[in-house]
Ligand binder design. Structure first.
Ligand code: XIL
Length: 377
């Protein structure tokens, strides 16, 4: 080859080389690869994200996640809005998205006291259903929903938030109609509808000892009845000072001792000033907007980015340490822009709880989380 041809080819090679290296250097590491030896990494998807498959949210999910959870579209009120009507289109779209991209699809949630129309519990005259009638309705719901996505949804949050923070079951309409074994019945029906699906109990504040112990009892009760349960989901709507690392580790260890997995199902870390001393995630809890509770409407200062990054690192270090038990970490949303915490427990705050900011950029917390995968190696 002549020297002249070399001079023509060389710039092209340099440009091509730069295109490859520059683009990979510009991009942040891929979370699902970083944690491939530890746990699955996921995000909760709204219907908007699913519908906008070419959008920037979907791009983050497709790059970083190997599992997705339905943020809302599989909840009773959405998929089964009246006792004789099912609306499957958004949930079908969510499942198709996951299948198309070979992701582990998680169904959230079959049985909950919230986001379930009260009409689900009454007859045509408005009278509370008796046990048998409500069991029939529960079975219809579970067999219809789980049956439709059989072999496609890998695992279900079968029951969500059945426990009070003090331990005993909530006296929800589930308990009032069916009785305390509504939990066992839900697991029984879910297993019948898809014997291969993993089944989970999901709740918040499970780091609190009384609630942790109650969840352990709940799992033991299911196991004693010979029912399938694969894991306990700790939602992970966490703050700067809760859970304590000790309580989080104690929870993981207690669940591991039962022979089932821990799933962190709804992680986000709230750096805004708390509206009160409540530390749970009850979606009905509401507070008034006051300026001092919304201190960063124009952006999170660098110093606070660092505080958030350190807290994320602290929490992830524990999850990595216990990755033999922790099977999945799902973040509750994709970017700060659309996190539910912009409107809960106070409507209209500017919240910063996730790993990607409002411009779809990885935050310092992202880098801090990545570092936990390799620390100590
Ligand atoms: C939230 C959603 O993110 C919101 O969009 C919706 O308005 C209310 O519910 N615990 C759960 C989730 O189990 O289903 C909740 O999701 C957050 C608290």
């Amino acid at each position: 080859m002549s020297a002249q041809r070399h001079t023509h080819i060389l710039p092209a090679i340099i440009i091509a080389f730069c295109a490859i290296t520059c683009s990979s250097e510009d991009k942040e590491p891929v979370l699902k690869e970083v944690f491939s030896q530890h746990f699955l990494i996921g995000a909760a998807l709204s219907d908007d994200v699913v519908k906008n498959e070419q959008g920037q949210d979907a791009a983050i999910v497709l790059r970083h996640c190997n599992t997705i959870t339905a943020e809302n579209v599989m909840k009773w009120v959405r998929i089964h809005p009246s006792w004789d009507t099912y609306v499957f289109e958004p949930a079908d779209r969510f499942v198709a998205f996951g299948q198309q991209h070979n992701m582990v699809i998680i169904g959230h949630t079959l049985v909950w006291h919230d986001q379930t129309d009260n009409a689900a519990f009454v007859d045509a005259q408005g009278k509370l259903l008796n046990r048998d009638a409500m069991l029939a309705r529960l079975k219809d719901h579970i067999s219809t929903v789980v049956g439709r996505y059989k072999g496609k949804v890998k695992g279900w949050d079968v029951v969500n938030e059945a426990l009070t923070d003090e331990g005993p079951l909530r006296t929800s309409l589930w308990v009032q109609t069916i009785g305390e074994d509504f939990v066992a019945k839900a697991f029984e029906y879910a297993h019948e509808a898809d014997p291969d699906a993993e089944l989970y109990y999901n709740d918040f504040s499970l780091d609190k000892p009384a609630k942790r112990d109650a969840a352990v009892q709940l799992v033991k009760d299911l196991q004693t009845r010979g029912l399938r349960i694969d894991g306990v989901g700790i939602q992970g709507h966490w703050g700067m000072d809760y859970p304590t690392t000790e309580n989080l580790e104690a929870f993981i260890t207690a669940v591991g001792a039962l022979g089932v997995k821990v799933l962190v199902t709804e992680m986000d870390v709230d750096i805004l000033p708390p509206a009160w001393d409540y530390q749970g995630a009850d979606i009905n809890a509401r507070a008034e907007l006051r300026d001092e509770l919304n201190p960063y409407p124009g952006g999170l200062p660098d110093s606070m980015q660092t505080v958030l990054a350190n807290r994320y690192a602290e929490l992830f270090s524990i999850l990595v340490k216990h990755s033999a038990i922790v099977d999945r970490v799902t973040l509750w949303g994709v970017t700060d822009r659309t996190s539910w915490l912009n409107d809960w427990p106070i409507i209209g705050r500017t919240s910063y709880p996730l790993l990607f900011d409002r411009e779809y950029k990885a935050k310092p917390a992202f880098r801090a989380v990545v570092n936990t995968a390799t620390a100590g190696r």
